[in-house]
Structure formats: structure tokens, C-alpha cells
Design a protein around this ligand. Structure first.
Ligand SMILES: [Zn+2]
Length: 223
């Protein structure tokens, strides 16, 4: 009897020794969702706003290169000239058109805007002001601080074309009175909430025909 018990015990131990090792527990089939980078999110937002634009991939050189540039031809409405801007600036402008320009035009002028008048976007140049312009004329310019236009973060807004074809421009209507003047002044005042720097004809004589708006690091509401 004792011999049988020993054999059983041996058999048991042998069975234990030859048992397959437990299969390793596979890690859960889970991979963290990949977060889209801010540039991709911006391009996606711009598409969702129905803007018409083309991503440029890389643009400009050295100090005049632009982050995530786009060539935009229409925001809520077509622009008279395409603009080259960072995606972030283009996105800011399209939102500004939708939330400020169009509602203001409907309220004060009784009709929507059908075209935006863009006087300039990307331009690899230094800032212009009355001092630097005078130095340029005298040939004593030492150059100056790079303009936000050189970084694709600025636009010179010249005015709008309304649905009936009439033009409301900074050049002709800023001081002309009536609803068009009120429209431009309210637009300029509101733009200080969307952009970091706003320069109007009230600022200096270099801004008599446009409103400069940019999203650079400085803050100045020159209304
Ligand atoms: Zn400007």
C-alpha cells in the first residue's frame, strides 16, 4: 500500500513537472489615441468653417518663414486678393468675418458682405511708421523691427463689398459719416477683441486707407 501511495505521489510530481507553463497574459489591445497636433487641428477648423484655402507646407526663408502657412482665397465670402497667412491668423480672420463683420453689416447697412477687400498679408519687411518712413526717404534707415506681415500674422483690411455691389472702404468712408463710417468704426473697435494689434487711420497717416490687424506678441488697440 505504501508503495502504491509513493507511485501515485511520484506520478503527481511528474505530472506537475511536465505541465505547460501558464500562457503569459497578453497586454490589453489598447493604444492611446494619437492627439492631433495644433497645426492639424487648425487646418481642420479652417475646413470646417468652409474657408477656401490651400496649405502651403513650408513657406518663406529664415526670419520670414511662416508657421503652418495657408494661401486663403475665401473665408465666409471670397477675398478680392488671396492672402498668405499662418493657419492661426487665417482662422482668426474667418471667425472675425462670421461673428463680427457679417452681423455688423446686416445690422448697420441692411445687407451682408459679399467680398472682403484685402490690401496685404504676407510681406517680408520691417515695420513701417512715420519715423522709419522718414529715415527711408533720407537714406538713413538702419532697418527696423520685423513686421508681423513678415511672419504671416497680419492683414491690412481695406473694406468690404456689400451684396448690392457697393463698396465700403477705410479710405473713403472712415471719416465720411453715416452708416458706413459707423460700420467701419464699430468693426475696428470690435477687432481689438480678436487681434492683438489694431491700427486705424486714427493711429497715423500710414494707415489712412486700411486697418492693420495682427496676432503678434504686442498688444495695441489703436482705434
Ligand atoms: Zn499692416
Amino acid at each position: 500500500m505504501r508503495r502504491i501511495a509513493a507511485l501515485v505521489l511520484l506520478g503527481f510530481l511528474a505530472a506537475c513537472g511536465s505541465a505547460p507553463a501558464p500562457a503569459p497574459i497578453a497586454p490589453p489591445n489598447y493604444s492611446a489615441p494619437r492627439l492631433a497636433d495644433p497645426d492639424t487641428i487648425c487646418l481642420r477648423d479652417l475646413s470646417a468653417e468652409n474657408a477656401i484655402f490651400q496649405p502651403l507646407g513650408s513657406f518663406g526663408e529664415g526670419h520670414c518663414s511662416i508657421d503652418n502657412p495657408v494661401r486663403i482665397t475665401a473665408g465666409t465670402v471670397p477675398w478680392n486678393h488671396p492672402g498668405i497667412l499662418t493657419c492661426q491668423m487665417a482662422d482668426t480672420l474667418v471667425r472675425f468675418e462670421a461673428t463680427v463683420v457679417q452681423p455688423l453689416a446686416r445690422r448697420l447697412l441692411g445687407q451682408p458682405v459679399r467680398r472682403m477687400l484685402n490690401l496685404g498679408t504676407y510681406d517680408c519687411r520691417t515695420q513701417r511708421n512715420e519715423t522709419t518712413e522718414a529715415a527711408l526717404r533720407l537714406g538713413t534707415s538702419r532697418g527696423g523691427k520685423l513686421s508681423e506681415h513678415a511672419k504671416g500674422r497680419a492683414i491690412d483690411f481695406a473694406g468690404v463689398e456689400l451684396a448690392d455691389g457697393s463698396l465700403i472702404t477705410v479710405k473713403d468712408n472712415w471719416r465720411a459719416g453715416g452708416a458706413p463710417q459707423k460700420f467701419l468704426h464699430e468693426l475696428a473697435r470690435a477687432s481689438c477683441d480678436s487681434f492683438n494689434v489694431v491700427l486705424t487711420p486714427n493711429h497715423d497717416r500710414l494707415h489712412q486707407d486700411h486697418i492693420h490687424m495682427d496676432i503678434g506678441p504686442s498688444v495695441l488697440c489703436g482705434y
